[in-house]
Write a protein that binds this ligand. Structure first.
Ligand SMILES: Cc1cc2nc3c(=O)[nH]c(=O)nc-3n(C[C@H](O)[C@H](O)[C@H](O)COP(=O)(O)O)c2cc1C
Length: 173
């Protein structure tokens, strides 16, 4: 599969929740996880662990702890990011997550973050240590309906993204 230019990858990527019933090759899973490992973090503390829910039993139980269980139940790869320690750990986890989401999309894999409806139960299922907190659960898979990033220009993807306009977001001081 052809890879995507970074600007096109950022502009064309949307969070997707409908996955094909097809496993991801092991090498691709490793590239996604390694992208998370490579994220920068405050003082390079790397305050994270990436917990991959490999067994169907764990996947199904974890699905019951997020707001949209189908996202997790039907995904080909489910990665939970746990963080611990001092510093801006939520920001650090966000950087690791976005690295994984973008490297996945680079190879045609779609994904979405999943907020936690029951974080305590999820923490027990994933056997988090006392000081660890679950930042997010990411679900990945090949798309149920393929979408070709090359079918539009970055400007077209940007215009269709459903985001607040730049003029409303950016303030020059
Ligand atoms: C912290 C966080 C939690 C999210 N939780 C959920 C969720 O529980 N279920 C879900 O389907 N999407 C979830 N999302 C995805 C958002 O709905 C999505 O980022 C937003 O709608 C933009 O989607 P788009 O890029 O497809 O336009 C979450 C996103 C973030 C950043």
């Amino acid at each position: 599969m052809a890879t995507v230019d970074t600007h096109l990858a950022v502009t064309s990527r949307r969070d997707e929740r409908h996955y094909a019933h097809r496993p991801l090759p092991a090498g691709l899973v490793e590239r996604i996880l390694d992208a998370g490992r490579l994220a920068g973090s405050a003082r390079n503390r790397q305050p994270w662990r990436f917990l991959v829910a490999d067994t169907p039993a764990l996947r199904d139980a974890l699905a019951e702890t997020v707001y949209a269980p189908e996202n997790v139940r039907t995904a080909a790869l489910v990665v939970s990011i746990a963080v611990a320690g001092k510093g801006p750990t939520a920001f650090d986890a966000g950087r690791a997550a976005q690295n994984m989401l973008l490297v996945a999309w680079n190879e045609g894999v779609v994904s979405t973050p999943n907020g936690l409806a029951d974080p305590e139960r999820a923490a027990r299922l994933l056997r988090l240590a006392g000081e660890e907190k679950l930042a997010i659960v990411l679900s990945f898979g090949f798309p149920a309906r393929a979408r070709d990033p090359q079918s539009r220009s970055p400007e077209e993807w940007s215009a269709r993204a459903g985001r607040r306009p730049l003029a409303e977001v950016v303030e020059r001081l």
